[in-house]
Design a protein around this ligand. Structure first.
Ligand code: NAD
Ligand code: IPM
Ligand code: MN
Length: 367
């Protein structure tokens, strides 16, 4: 059966890492996978062509696809466009309208990269943690969200943090289910000492835990202390579950444990469909459009390629293929090839195409 993928390359290095991933998809198609790829504009490139960050037509394609691969959006070119049509609005619309509430951001330290982290080798060697970020609620979407004149030349900006019980409950369930497939521990992070949403967050996570998940170890941490622990002793964690904004920040921090922001993939999943059991899903690197290196052809494609690996795993149940791709990435790194973001003495510097070719060569070696 054909599997449909909608590719949304976006802006900056988005199209560069997507082209690399396309090469990997083609490799799997050459070995019987049967992916049919469609492509559309999103972000600044969609704004330039259509005046919006994503068109209704592309939204319809996104709804129809079995999975979406998303590159990155944004850049200085669009700094002054209207707030509602800024590039990032395209990504937020996809997340919200497709109800992709569960964002899995694994931070894994590949053996060859234990010295590439900004932390000491012994702190990160063997690290394998999962940040589970709530993705459709919180301060990203809460109303009111306004800037108003309040007189005397003053303005007031308001963002609103909102969480309902059901939103916290469903992300908690995902956290406990995922923990069971790993090391069986969940750390929930909020700021109940300051925020009402933090009080409810802890209450609902605790309550959900009592109903069917007591075999999973649960701990609670204030999110600021959690950030500190993440760089002090990251291996204490297994699954970290947290809200939309804390999850955004903590996952960028976690990226540096692995050596580069260019290493972190993610999966954004919806609830299983009542009839088919299929989840809506979008896969994207954690990094952005990297305007500082865009157009040079030397972005690290691993986060995007590994995001496709997560699609194999979570949307298509192609577990052996996903394992093979992860092993190929690890093997390529073992051979010493490094994009500039990972470069260190004695290694072989390659560009985006060079890294992709090295990964494909490892896939060939195991085929
Ligand atoms: P960024 O993630 O784009 O870049 C941060 C730093 O990491 C830069 O120095 C960049 O060169 C480096 N980097 C990121 N990805 C890399 C890769 N694959 N290989 C090598 N180096 C890499 O964050 P930023 O600079 O704060 O944001 C730039 C733009 O991207 C903004 O418009 C922002 O809104 C947007 N953004 C988009 C997404 C997304 O589309 N999902 C995510 C984050 C930021
Ligand atoms: C991310 C990004 C996005 C976010 C932006 C581009 C809207 O930083 O996916 O981590 O804040 O969620
Ligand atoms: Mn982010």
């Amino acid at each position: 059966m054909t599997k449909t993928l909608l590719l949304l390359p976006g802006d900056g290095i988005g199209p560069e890492v997507m082209a690399a991933t396309r090469t990997v998809i083609d490799w799997f198609n050459g070995h019987g996978a049967g992916f049919a790829c469609d492509e559309a504009l999103v972000g600044g490139s969609a704004y330039d062509a259509h005046g919006v960050a994503i068109t209704d037509e592309t939204m319809q394609k996104a709804v129809a696809a079995d999975a979406i691969l998303f590159g990155a959006v944004g850049g200085p070119k669009w700094d002054d466009v209207g707030y509602d049509v800024r590039p990032e609005a395209g990504l937020l619309r996809l997340r919200k309208e497709l109800e992709l509430f569960a964002n899995l951001r694994p931070a894994i330290v590949y053996p060859a990269l234990a010295d590439a982290s900004s932390l000491k080798r012994e702190l990160v060697e063997g690290l394998d943690i999962l940040i589970l970020r709530e993705l459709t609620g919180g301060v990203y979407f809460g109303e009111p969200k306004t800037i108003t004149d309040i007189g005397n030349g003053q303005k007031r900006a308001i963002d609103t943090q909102v969480y309902d019980t059901y939103e916290i409950e469903r992300i908690s369930r995902v956290a406990f289910e995922l923990a069971r497939t790993r090391r069986n521990k969940v750390t929930s992070m909020e700021k109940r000492n300051v925020m009402k949403s933090g009080v409810l967050w802890r209450e609902v996570v605790t309550e959900t835990h009592k109903h069917g998940y007591e075999d999973v170890e649960l701990e609670h941490m204030l999110a600021d202390a959690g950030g500190m622990q993440l760089v002090r002793a990251p291996k204490q964690f297994d699954v970290i579950v947290t809200d939309n904004l804390f999850g955004d920040m903590l996952s960028d921090v976690a990226a540096m444990l692995t050596g580069s922001l260019g290493m972190l993939p993610s999966a954004s999943l919806g609830a299983p469909d009542a009839l088919t059991g299929k989840r809506r899903a979008l896969y994207e690197p954690v990094h952005g459009s990297a305007p500082d290196i865009a157009g040079q052809g030397n972005a690290n494609p691993i986060a995007m390629i590994a995001s496709f690996g997560m699609a194999l795993r979570y949307s298509f149940e192609m577990i052996a293929e996903a394992d093979r791709l992860d092993a190929a990435i690890a093997a390529a790194l073992d051979k010493g090839v490094r994009t500039p973001d990972l470069m260190s003495e004695g290694m072989t510097k390659v560009d985006t195409d060079g890294m992709t070719a090295a990964i494909v060569a490892e896939l060939d070696a195991t085929a």
